[in-house]
Design a protein around this ligand. Structure first.
Ligand code: IMP
Ligand code: MG
Length: 200
């Protein structure tokens, strides 16, 4: 079993992995990390499984486009595509809610439009986390309009509180009702770089 990491004072963790040197005394920006919810090892293990599952769902000759939702999915996408056992293409899109950041207005605008054509291709939309489901519900019709052969959703985390109009085909973990950060997920842009997922 691996190295032991120095633990951070005041940071309770039910995980073996201590938080390395990525944060300063459990704190980054204005917020304190409360606990580690998914260790880096657990995430890597699950992402590998998801890559295999996706590989089994499409044939090796399928024209698959993995479409990552920026910014939160950037690490997940990077790890996931390396676990899909056949050639695929990768692009990203950046969606933004109008207006206030904290309270979702229900409207979604595409800030970066993927360059890749979707027509006749098997598109997998990759999310970091499904919370209220607003993003997915608003985005999927926009993507559907572009005529993909199929359109599936893959998310690392699912809070299971959303009223979704769409089926989520691949879910990494059912997430607790906490605000999660790390492995791409942020609080006010902090914590994205953590190799594990914690709650604040
Ligand atoms: P939804 O539209 O409410 O489903 O929210 C989706 C987006 O909100 C995600 O892609 C995240 O960027 C953000 N989000 C929701 N819950 C969390 C969380 O617990 N931590 C960090 N970001 C979150
Ligand atoms: Mg975000």
């Amino acid at each position: 079993m691996g190295r032991s990491h120095p633990s951070i004072p005041g940071l309770p963790s039910d995980r073996k992995e201590a938080p390395l040197a990525h944060i300063w005394n459990g704190q980054l920006g204005a917020r304190q990390l409360r606990r580690i919810v998914y260790s880096a090892d657990e995430i890597q293990h699950r992402v590998a499984e998801m890559g295999t599952e996706i590989g089994e769902a499409y044939g090796p000759r399928s024209d698959v486009l993995v479409l990552g939702m920026l910014k939160g999915s950037f690490i997940f996408v990077a790890d996931l595509v390396r676990r899909i056992p056949f050639p695929i293409h990768v692009d990203f899109l950046l969606a933004s809610s109008y207006g206030n950041d904290r309270v979702s207005s229900g409207k979604v605008r595409l800030m970066y439009n993927p360059e890749a054509s979707m027509k006749g291709r098997h598109v997998i939309l990759v999310e970091d986390i499904v919370d209220s489901g607003t993003t997915i519900n608003r985005l999927m019709p926009l993507l559907q309009e572009r005529g993909p052969a199929s359109l599936e959703i893959c998310t690392l985390l699912h809070k299971r509180i959303a009223r979704l109009d769409w089926n989520v085909r691949w879910v990494g973990f059912d997430a607790p009702a906490e605000f999660l950060v790390g492995y791409g997920l942020d609080y006010a842009e902090d914590f994205r770089h953590l190799p594990y997922i914690g709650s604040i």
